[in-house]
Design a protein around this ligand. Sequence first.
Ligand code: PMP
Length: 439
Amino acid sequence: MTKQGFPQAGNNLDPWYHHYAERAAGLRASEVRALFAVASRPEVVSLAGGMPFVSALPQDLVINAMDKVMLEQGAVALQYGSGQGIPLLREQILDVMALEGIRANADDVVVTTGSQHALELVSKLFLDPGDVVLSEGPSYVTAMVIFKSYQAEVEHVPMDEHGMIPEALREHIVRLRAAGKSIKLLYTIPSFHNPAGVTLSWERRVEILQIARENNILVLEDNPYGLLYFDQPAPDAMRSIEEDGVVYLGTFSKTLAPGFRVGWALAPHAIREKLVLANEAAVLSPSSFTQLVISEYLSTADWKGQINTFRGVYQERKNAMLGALEEFLPELTWTNPNGGFYVWVTLPERLDSKAMLPRAVKELVAYTPGTAFFADGDGRQNMRLSFCYPTPDSIRLGVRRLATVIRGELDLVDTFAGTDLLGAVDDKRRFSAPPPNIS
Ligand code: PMP
């Protein structure tokens, strides 16, 4: 103990450094966080965050639902509720999931505090230190934070423009099993992937489920964006094909608003019971108030029409982003998402998106470096651009600024390396061949 009665500091900022549980080691602020604080200034065009454009939701719809809930069910709304979620809302969630081919029983739905919380609960139930979670490479950054906080190892399976590559998945499983690893979960975002923007084809959905079944691996299907398609709906959910081996996660964050913090898990019966117990242990019950407001909204508002409105907004923004990339950065490659929020950009080989970010913020544009989406340091040559929040004009401005940054960075690199500027800009293999770490 120090003179003040505090434990000896392990670093000079945190006197409790030596007291943390081992699992807290994974909870580190990312290196780019400080820059994002700067990037939230209004003059910066942020293509970094994944915030839904909630202004496209008419306020009246929410206010009317809130008024009705408080007038008619105020005492219930303000009270603790069931650890599994309100029965009527669980029934209504079945209607939402039916749009993606899922047939289920409301008994198997567990309402959670956003699907983020469902990810946490599933991880808590299944992951021991040293267990392996297979996921696409790249993958959703905050899911990986949770997996690591349960001291699991994330192993990336390469993907291409049709999603996770089944052959690579087989190879990974064989290699990991040979190394004595216990593979607990296959975490996947099959539709309009975050961050890659691609969608797993129907054939691959079937094949990947088959591989998971053969190898006794539980699939965790995370589907926040599935209903936000542009031209073509995504193939039906993986859970529509397989019931016993899939835990499916859904959310109202993107089809309504994230401020409600209401999501859900649809789980095989036995797992569902454990999930409810874990939910109760964590939060007692999800918010009665926001569940009732959403339930009222689903009963009275044209919620499918509202999803169509969101789809239109995001499609226009995606077109603005792809148009600006064609115009200002035609030498790069990028994915062409048919839904969701994100475009995954591949830079010339000799650029490093993480190293370039301070320069970008100085030029008043922000993006998320690809390294954020890999557990193994890969992704320097990539960046995620979000088109969900800025207006089409801002997107265009942001991409134009980004082009200035990238040109400046290339000049700098080439001045030092003395290499041919255009020679290295042909890297299309990122999405068509496995990265070097698996072969
Ligand atoms: N999964 C993915 C892939 C996401 O992109 C997000 C939000 N960005 C979440 C889960 C969590 O969403 P929520 O907790 O708001 O439902």
